[in-house]
Design a protein around this ligand. Structure first.
Ligand code: AHM
Ligand code: MG
Length: 330
């Protein structure tokens, strides 16, 4: 079997676009580098805490002990800054955007370590990223408007899943490809070419503790998922990890829908439009699926705030449309 590395894949793709500046390739390879560093740290998180945590807030070199999500944030910012073509980063970890190289043409939006409440219990977590061209002139300071771009303006997006193996899945608008990391030699290999949602309506994923805090349409859809009906192969299977990247990845491979609706305590839902919803929506549409806030296509929403939250329903098109039909009846 001929194995293709992520590095070879990036070069091949760049050659498909003669005259391209190679900027996107440089960004993807910066993300690849940071994700290897974070992956290594994630794998020893429990051990590091055991060895270093008891000594208080300092590690063995006398540096302040960092939480893994702050560590991931710093590694991604560092790697992207080193490439020189990124002018700013908006991150779930930081209140405001960070300005990098004024001459850079691209901005990055990212959730450096999504599902971080799962770190302590040894459950899969991930990184989500989105890449857009800046709106302001190259050479000037970045502004908020560079970051408040609709999902349709993304030029690349993806995630890294730190699971039973580490995987990177991304799109630049020409399909979705997944790469599995071999930590022995430090290389990502193309393992999931041209990923698409399977047709089967199989899995539904929601924090069902929120059932009674959700709207009637959501409750009716959950009831529908649980109903016994041989013809439509129901009940669907319920699966919820509580790490968006891991839930999304499983549903992309097996067929399913992920839901984080508005609730009485979180009227806009929990997930962030720019760091979580838009990048996964871009991947979803590229993989033949659908992403909506229940009424509108996620990627059409014009953001007004950096940390904006939206209700989120994403996955297999048929399942998302079924859910929308319940919401429409509310
Ligand atoms: P985080 O970015 O602070 O980690 O929060 C996002 C996470 C998602 O990964 C996950 O799907 C969701 O929050 C789980 O929320 P809940 O515990 O309310 O079900
Ligand atoms: Mg998150």
């Amino acid at each position: 079997m001929k194995l293709k590395t992520l590095g070879e894949f990036i070069i091949d793709r760049q050659q498909d676009f003669p005259g391209s500046s190679g900027d996107l390739s440089r960004i993807i390879s910066a993300i690849r580098l940071a994700s290897k560093i974070v992956s290594q740290q994630v794998n020893k998180a429990g051990l590091a805490r055991h060895i270093l945590g008891g000594a208080g807030t300092e590690n063995i070199q006398g540096e302040a002990q960092q939480k893994l999500d702050v560590y991931a944030d710093e590694r991604f910012i560092e790697a992207l800054n080193n490439r020189g073509n990124v002018c700013g980063i908006g991150s779930e970890e930081n209140d405001d955007f960070i300005e990098l190289n004024k001459d850079g043409k691209y901005i990055i939006l990212m959730d450096p370590l999504d599902g971080s409440s799962n770190i302590d219990v040894n459950v899969s977590i991930g990184t989500i990223f989105s890449v857009c061209k800046r709106k302001t002139e190259v050479g000037k300071s970045v502004e908020l408007k560079d970051f408040l771009q609709a999902g349709d303006d993304q030029v690349a997006a993806g995630y890294v899943l730190y699971g039973s193996s580490t995987m990177m899945v991304y799109t630049t608008g020409n399909g979705v490809n997944g790469f599995t990391y071999d930590p022995g030699i430090g290389v990502f290999f193309l393992s999931h070419p041209n990923m698409t949602f399977p047709k089967e309506n199989k899995i539904y994923s929601m924090n069902e503790g929120n059932y009674n805090k959700s709207s009637k349409g959501i409750q009716d859809y959950i009831d529908y998922c649980q109903e016994v009906d041989e013809k439509t192969n129901r009940p669907h299977t319920g699966r919820y990890i509580g790490s968006l990247v891991a839930d999304f990845h499983r549903n992309l491979i097996k067929g399913g829908i992920y839901m984080y609706p508005a609730t009485t305590s979180s009227p806009n839902g929990k997930l962030r439009l720019l760091y979580e919803c838009n990048p996964l929506a871009f991947l979803t549409e590229q993989a033949g699926g659908k992403a909506t806030d229940g009424k509108q296509r996620i990627m059409e929403i014009k953001p007004t705030q950096l940390h904006q939250r939206v209700p989120y329903f994403v996955g297999n098109t048929e399942m998302v449309e079924k859910l929308e039909s319940f919401i429409a009846k509310e």
